[in-house]
Write a protein that binds this ligand. Structure first.
Ligand code: NDP
Length: 452
């Protein structure tokens, strides 16, 4: 007879047949928590796996907007409120043409366990739109954001659901969204995080995910008496997470060789130092241009356009540490094999689910330190939750204080994940540890709160 996890996966597959990313995430979590399901049969009798994969609520709405030439467009807006057992819903908004309900269900599902790992009282959600901000003017993005918030505002709030940024949603978009929320509700409250520092934001929030990923890598390496100092690093992406991953790596004495965007990647044999990173930040955050311009500015760097093949040449560059920080499923089996062939020591997921299941299996069998997203990139939501605390208290903490709290929480996440893996007989397996530690807290809260 099959196990409870297998039966639950089959039921979720039957119910959500056209949502591959969501099914991938559910399968990964359910198969890795089998030891805990065996230990506590009440999870099955109370149908926890069936309930935890079903969003508590899905909001889907029309987002009409007008471009600069007067043309009318319509996009789809979503908010997946997945689980509020341990606190108000919390999770980012993604604006990207690939957004559809199944993608957001995967991200919301992952968010539930990630938020649980932070030790802070936050449930899990995710939202966004298939709107593509690329090539759009500020005025178009502003009109889109205002229309998006008109559809969403009545479903969120500081005690209900607190969205943040994600791909395509940075400080500019959060500003437009917050302004509209405030206008519609006549209330200045912390209903969004990632706000500007002058109007309720937290210091270190922009840096948090990237810094947190590097802190997590440092902890993993520490278990082998090692550290990031002196290491060569491969970073993908050139957005928020990638930028601050590189900044922290530089601060800790590592050398980053690569960054990328959806058009291609740059390899800089001299390393992307602070001055070059400032160029990338200006390029991406202000000029909103392509990473290819890096190689024009720094001629020793080599630019390789994306080929769309089944292996990404970025992961074939020799390096000690890999930080996938762009998007889901960006490290496949061939990429993992290339990294292992080049003796990668650790892979730390800055993006959400950037490694495919076969890639993960290869890292496991090669004994590569593997920091799964829900633990390694939890720094962003951690500081978002600290932003909620500061908003409620009407205070703003110093940069050093927030960074210290982030550092401690990443250290605690690392040790609770490690302990959970060890307790259930999977010593050193951060994926199993993260899934178990994240799951148990939410599942037990669901038991306490009964069938709701
Ligand atoms: P940004 O929008 O700031 O940057 C995304 C980067 O990834 C860009 O360089 C972008 O390139 C690239 N990218 C996006 N989609 C693709 C794709 N399909 N193929 C190749 N490259 C792509 O997003 P963030 O840095 O905020 O997010 C990156 C990842 O980190 C996501 O998985 C997100 O869910 C995750 N994350 C983010 C957190 C945060 O605090 N921001 C918190 C936790 C996780 P281009 O410019 O060409 O689009």
């Amino acid at each position: 007879m099959s196990s409870y996890a297998e039966r639950a996966v089959a039921a979720v597959e039957e119910r959500n047949p056209h949502e591959p990313e969501f099914l991938q995430a559910v399968r990964e979590v359910y198969t890795s928590i089998e030891p805990v399901l065996r230990e506590k049969p009440v999870y099955e009798s109370e149908q926890i796996l069936e309930r935890i994969a079903e969003p508590e609520r899905v909001i889907m709405f029309r987002v009409p907007w007008v471009d600069d030439a007067g043309g009318v467009h319509v996009n789809r807006g979503f908010r997946v409120q997945m689980n509020s057992a341990i606190g108000p819903y919390k999770g980012g908004l993604r604006f990207h043409p690939s957004v559809y309900l199944g993608l957001l269900k995967f991200l919301a599902f992952e968010q539930v366990f990630k938020n649980s790992l932070t030790t802070l009282p936050i449930g899990g959600a995710k939202g966004g739109s298939n709107f593509d901000p690329k090539g759009r003017s500020d005025a178009e993005v502003r009109r889109f954001c205002q229309s998006f918030m008109a559809g969403l505002y009545s479903h969120i709030g500081q005690f209900t659901d607190v969205p943040a940024g994600d791909i395509g949603v940075g400080t500019r978009e959060i500003g437009y969204l917050f302004g509209q929320y405030k206008r519609l509700t006549n209330e200045f409250s912390g209903a969004l995080t990632g706000k500007g520092f002058g109007w309720g934001g937290s210091l270190i929030r922009p840096e948090a995910t990237g810094y947190g990923a590097v802190y997590f890598a440092e902890e993993m390496l520490g278990t082998r008496g090692d550290g990031v100092e002196g290491k060569t690093c491969l970073v993908s992406g050139s957005g928020n997470v990638a930028q601050y991953t590189v900044e922290k790596l530089n601060q800790l004495g590592a050398k980053t060789l690569t960054m990328s965007d959806s058009s291609g990647f740059v390899f800089d044999p001299d390393g992307i130092d602070a001055e070059k990173l400032a160029f990338v930040m200006e390029l991406k955050n202000v000029r909103r241009a392509r990473i290819a311009a890096y190689a024009d500015k720094y001629p020793r760097a080599i630019y390789t356009p994306s080929s769309g093949g089944d292996a990404n040449p970025l992961w074939a560059v020799p390096g000690d540490l890999a930080f996938p920080s762009a998007t889901q499923n960006e490290i496949g089996g061939k990429d993992a094999a290339n990294l292992i062939g080049n003796r990668v020591i650790a892979v730390t997921e800055g993006a959400n689910m950037p490694t495919t299941p076969d890639g993960i299996e290869l890292f496991r069998s090669a004994d590569v330190l593997f920091g799964p997203a829900k633990a390694a990139n939890a720094g962003g939501v951690t500081v978002s939750a600290l932003e909620m605390v500061q908003d409620s208290m009407r205070v703003q903490w110093e940069r050093g204080e927030v960074d210290e709290r982030l550092r401690n929480i990443m250290r605690n996440i690392h040790s609770s994940v490690r302990d959970a893996a060890e307790r259930y007989g999977h010593s050193g397996d951060y994926l199993v540890g993260a899934n178990i530690a994240g799951f148990v807290k939410v599942a037990d809260a669901m038991l306490d709160e009964a069938v709701v």
